[in-house]
Ligand binder design. Structure first.
Ligand SMILES: [Zn+2]
Ligand SMILES: [Zn+2]
Length: 584
């Protein structure tokens, strides 16, 4: 048996275990709160939950009590037993318990196929499957209480949801709980606030980001780097508007296929839309003049800001926002150039992501979805080209059948962070459809017009999302080249203040982001604050350093590095991060 199917079966078992844990939790709650009404309780990716209607407001302090009751049910080792009953009998049974939510669920079911599971004193409406008995649940933990609506409908009853998790072994459970704690510690929303990087402002509305000076500094460093590497790879910069007449969105197909995500408005009684994607803007530039086969590939690059009307309920910090900026490019090329170009994009993507410290990748090829534009032959050709590029580079990938965009198949790159979580970033999408819609051509060697092929691609994806991920990956301690403040000069006393300022000026002259901590605090307090702010270097200066034109260097992780001449420190900082490199 292959490794993957082993893994899958184990995951299915875990699913069953967690489903059983949800039953046992509901059973425990029922024992402790006899007036509870139960809604639904499924297993989820890393645990399970159950939604309850309970007059008493539960808090996390109630969870140990429920866990203790669950432990009794586990000790009793009740077998899970299934039986099928008629709809009438099921309704009678749950009306007897006054379980209004179960009654509503049963009313929606087909007669004769009502499945129940019983363990000891508890019976639930359930399709199963379950573990053989409650004694199988050896490692579990209840984690939190949240609000939820019956059937996810905010107009209906508000319920309380208890989240928990379960594993087969204590060690797996402990590892999971450690990961949960670590993820909380690294949460970019918490760190973003603590480190003064960004905020969301109620007055401005949800899902739009305010970069504070430190956050904007990091973003500027990333932008500078991204622009430089694109120039080196012969991309041409373009800048396109944010608002277009809806005529354009009709032509591109966005109004038909993407309308729900678009912000639409009127000006002088004309309908307009804010761009949710940069492609049509780049297309208009391409189409503004006649293009020859000699010009191809043409690579237009833009740090393009787009707006998408995501539901406020799904917004999440920097990871899911309404306004974001992509490192977006559109490449116009001949069909015979397709495989080589995709290979080059993959090289480029891996180079960039490695520069940011990521070296574990997952690659996914997504094929034609049910709802698509363009013709079948072109789709097949595009899928083959993407596949060929991956195979030529010997990159392992998985195929997501039907996962492509409506205008073409794509390759998605995911990176793995320090906690082993995977994050979507780059994408390469083939497009045979937009060139048709916009009649995009080049003049071939034969002097005749031929259709171009178009590639959409982003390497980091959304800057916002990538920034959020960087913060979590590095737990706020960004590499020196990305740190908003790279060094802080700490004068030991007022007599060396002038020297401290001279060091600052010298470092700024070498493009190092540096501050002087002139506060009237003890050195230890200044070092502690610099550590907290995740500043990579602390440069302590006293009379001795002033006399020698030196700084006593302390690194946030490595500790004391001893004194060194200012010039040597400059060199050390400049060596961190991407070095200028020649691309053939
Ligand atoms: Zn169940
Ligand atoms: Zn595009």
């Amino acid at each position: 048996m292959s490794h993957t199917s082993d893994h899958k079966e184990h995951a299915n078992d875990l699913w069953t275990l967690r489903h059983s844990a949800a039953h046992i939790m509901a059973q425990a709650v029922r024992r402790l709160y006899p007036d509870v009404k139960l809604a639904i309780g499924p297993p989820i990716d890393d645990g399970f939950y159950y939604d309850l209607d309970l007059p008493a407001r539960l808090t996390e302090e109630d969870l140990p009590k429920i866990e203790a009751e669950m432990a009794k049910i586990v000790d009793a080792n009740f077998p899970f037993e299934r039986r099928m009953i008629s709809k009438d009998d099921a309704l009678k049974l749950f009306r007897g318990y006054d379980e209004v939510y179960k009654i509503e669920l049963i009313e929606g079911l087909t007669d004769g196929q009502i499945s129940l599971y019983t363990d000891g004193d508890f019976t639930d409406l359930c399709e199963g499957p379950h573990v053989s008995s409650t004694g199988q649940l050896k490692a579990f933990k209840l984690l939190s209480v949240a609000g939820a609506y019956w059937r996810g409908d905010e107009k209906r009853q508000q319920l309380q949801r208890i989240y928990g998790t379960a594993y087969f072994g204590k060690q797996e459970l402990d590892e999971h709980l450690t990961r949960v704690e670590e993820a909380k510690r690294r949460d970019h929303r918490k760190l973003g606030k603590e480190l003064g990087l960004f905020s969301f402002e109620e007055l401005a509305g949800p899902g739009v980001v305010f970069y504070h000076p430190k956050g904007a500094t990091v973003r500027g460093v990333i932008e500078d780097y991204v622009r430089r590497v694109h120039r080196a790879r012969r991309y041409q910069p373009v800048v396109t508007p944010h608002i277009f007449r809806t005529d354009m969105w009709k032509k591109s197909g966005h109004l038909e296929h993407y309308k729900d995500y678009m912000f639409l408005f009127e000006a002088e009684e004309q309908p307009y839309g804010i761009k949710p994607m940069n492609c049509p803007g780049h297309i208009l530039i391409f189409n503004s003049t006649i293009r020859s086969y000699r010009d191809l590939p043409i690579r237009f690059f833009e740090l393009g800001t787009v707006y998408r009307n995501e539901k406020s309920g799904v917004l999440h910090g920097l990871l899911r926002v309404r306004g974001f900026t992509q490192d977006d490019a559109h490449i116009f090329l001949r069909e015979d150039q397709l495989v080589d170009e995709i290979r080059e994009i993959l090289d480029f993507a891996f180079e960039v992501l490695k520069t940011f410290g990521f070296d574990k990748f997952e690659v996914e090829l997504s094929t034609r979805p049910e709802h698509y534009i363009g013709n079948l032959e072109n789709w097949n050709h595009a899928e083959q080209a993407l596949r060929a590029a991956l195979e030529a580079k010997q990159i392992p990938f998985v195929v997501h059948e039907g996962g492509g965009a409506f205008y073409g198949p794509k390759i998605d790159l995911r990176i793995q962070d320090a906690l082993g979580r995977s994050w979507q970033c780059g994408t390469v999408q083939c497009d045979f459809a937009l060139p048709e819609r916009f009649d995009l051509n080049y003049v071939g060697t034969d002097g005749k017009e031929h259709r171009v092929v178009m590639l959409h691609r982003a390497l980091l994806g959304s800057f916002e999302r990538f920034f959020g991920m960087l913060i979590e990956h590095y737990a706020g301690a960004l590499p020196t080249w990305l740190s908003p403040v790279q060094a802080v000069v700490i004068p030991l006393n007022d007599r060396v203040l002038d020297y401290a300022r001279a060091v600052e000026t010298q470092l700024r002259g070498s493009d190092i982001r540096v501050e002087v901590d002139e506060r009237n605090e003890k050195m230890q307090a200044k070092i502690r604050d610099a550590q907290r702010a995740q500043i990579p270097y602390m440069l302590v200066v006293g009379e001795r350093e002033a006399a020698q034109q030196a700084v006593a260097v302390r690194h946030r992780r490595e500790g004391d590095l001893g004194p060194m001449p200012v010039a040597a420190f400059v060199e050390r900082v400049q060596q961190d991060g991407p070095q200028p490199q020649l691309v053939s």
